[in-house]
Design a protein around this ligand. Structure first.
Ligand code: GLU
Ligand code: ZN
Length: 483
């Protein structure tokens, strides 16, 4: 297969960061746009920060987002032999040298030096290799390394700002910059698309790549092109913080964001489709995506905008599809995947599929995430209303007029025709005798029936709930108020 070859190379960290999702998506879009190959390589060489279920997490999150890969998943830990081999070739050809300096010795020597970092002390010492020697890369003393970046143009890194960095630790561990470059070489990667935070390491990798190309017996591999994606920032324009910002993709899935909405939103982080429309189907994203159009200024990860967009995607679903998508939240006993850390609102016995199918269109218009659905509809399935106390106090317990209205509504509702239109008109008329607008007069009724002050359209809900339950709940609410 010809065409570009790209890879997504996450280090497992326990959850899937939105920044990783964006990087993964841009690689995927580029591969699909160009007819290239998308590879997943999990960089799992940091033994302390590495667990099997974390690999699973990456794969599951990518599957949820619909980012399918053509090769892999490869585990970097299985490629350690290649890394060592490359390091040996570099050493044999004089690009790496042994260093037995301790941190303390280095710090003492370099204090006050104009050039920061290691001072090249061991370059010509030829210390014999042992378990006390690390291997350092001999950075050329003069000149500079240029990173050809599709997004940023040529970025020049003068060599005098780079110390002779460690490539292999004294314990034999080959460090990430070489391991990562060696794998990119063996996988014949043509475009490296990754976060801007990695840009400072890139010149080291370009230098080592070039050096490897000059080692006899090592394949000459053309340099890839680079595309460093802009940083994601929060509302304060600070880099997204793992602790303070909601960055775990899994939690968006748990809250009921739709993968297509999430992908659509992520695509806008540093890139924009043609035209003014931001709601863009996946196929159009693929068609229009160009790396050179990616911006280099930081992109604001705006949860509000994402949520708004998700609401639009939810409203665009067919009624049947909406019901289907709600399943993990409303009938979790029937689905393979269900949101974590959520208490079921009702039991299988209390739930009623037919009723939910009728109720669903009422809430589809009103939710921004699927996770909001259960609390909006629980009053249809629970025998006891789950009261929001503040709303109960405001509309019933602490409001004598609200209670009066409820009493009058009970006697009127006993006999009227049971349809949403009639219930609406009746409540409107009743409210007028109290000098209340409908918004006001339906508040105590809504609270008595649903326990809350917001929810699906009230009169349609009452029609579905039926006269008997409605009257009983209004009565019970008055008893509950205890006056
Ligand atoms: N595994 C590294 C990281 O996640 C490198 C990624 C890359 O080169 O794309 O930071
Ligand atoms: Zn040294």
């Amino acid at each position: 297969m010809t065409g570009p070859r790209v890879r997504f190379a996450p280090s497992p960290t326990g959850f899937f960061h939105v920044g990783s999702a964006r990087t993964s998506l841009f690689n995927w879009l580029f591969a699909r746009q160009t007819g290239g190959t998308f590879i997943l390589r999990i960089e799992d060489t940091d033994a302390e920060r590495n667990r099997d279920e974390w690999h699973e997490g990456i794969i599951t999150a990518m599957a949820w987002l619909g980012l399918d890969f053509d090769e892999g998943p490869f585990l970097q830990s299985a490629l350690l032999g290649d890394h060592v081999e490359a390091a040996e070739a570099l050493f044999a050809n004089g690009h790496l040298y042994t260093c037995d300096c301790t941190r303390e010795e280095i710090d003492e020597r370099i204090e006050g030096n104009a050039k920061p970092g290691y001072d090249g002390h061991c370059r010509e010492r030829h210390v014999p290799r042992s378990e006390h020697t690390a291997l350092r890369f001999a950075v050329p003393a003069s000149g500079s390394t240029v990173v050809h970046d599709i997004i940023r143009g040529d970025v020049v890194f003068p060599h005098d700002s780079y110390e002779d960095f460690i490539v292999v630790k004294s314990n034999g561990v080959v460090l990430y910059p070489l391991a990562n470059a060696v794998d990119d070489r063996s996988m014949a990667i043509t475009h490296i698309i990754r976060g801007e935070d990695l840009l400072p390491t890139t010149p080291k990798q370009v230098m080592m790549w070039e050096a490897l190309n000059h080692c006899p017996g090592v394949d000459v591999v053309p340099h890839p092109e680079y595309a460093h994606l802009p940083m994601l920032v929060n509302e304060q324009r600070k880099k997204l913080s793992k602790r303070k910002d909601p960055v775990a993709v899994e939690s968006y899935r748990d809250q009921g964001y739709l993968p297509d909405a999430f992908v659509n939103y992520l695509a806008l982080l540093g890139w924009s489709p043609r035209g003014d429309e931001e709601i863009v189907p996946r196929s159009t994203l693929v068609e229009q995506f160009r790396l050179k159009d990616v911006s280099h200024s930081p992109a604001f990860f705006d949860v509000k905008k994402l949520t708004h967009m998700n609401g639009e995607y939810i409203r665009a679903l067919s009624a049947a599809e909406f019901v289907d998508r709600c399943a993990p939240w409303v009938r979790p006993w029937s689905t393979q995947w269900r949101p974590t850390d959520r208490e079921a609102c009702w039991t299988k016995e209390q739930f009623n599929d037919e009723l939910f199918a009728k109720v669903a269109p009422l809430v589809q218009e009103r939710v921004a995430t699927l996770g909001e659905v259960p609390t909006m509809v629980d009053f249809f399935f629970l025998d006891d209303v789950a009261f929001d106390e503040a709303s109960f106090e405001k509309t019933i317990a602490g409001d004598p007029v609200g209670r009066d209205l409820l009493r009058r509504a009970i006697s009127t509702f006993e006999t009227v025709e049971w349809s949403s239109a009639v219930l609406h008109d009746t409540t409107l008329a009743l409210g007028e005798t109290f000098g209340m607008a409908l918004r006001k007069s339906q508040a105590p009724i809504r609270c008595a029936i649903t326990g809350r002050s917001v929810g699906p359209p009230l009169f349609e809900s009452l029609e579905l709930l039926g006269r008997e339950v409605t009257l009983r709940r209004m009565h019970d609410a008055l008893v509950r108020a205890g006056v």
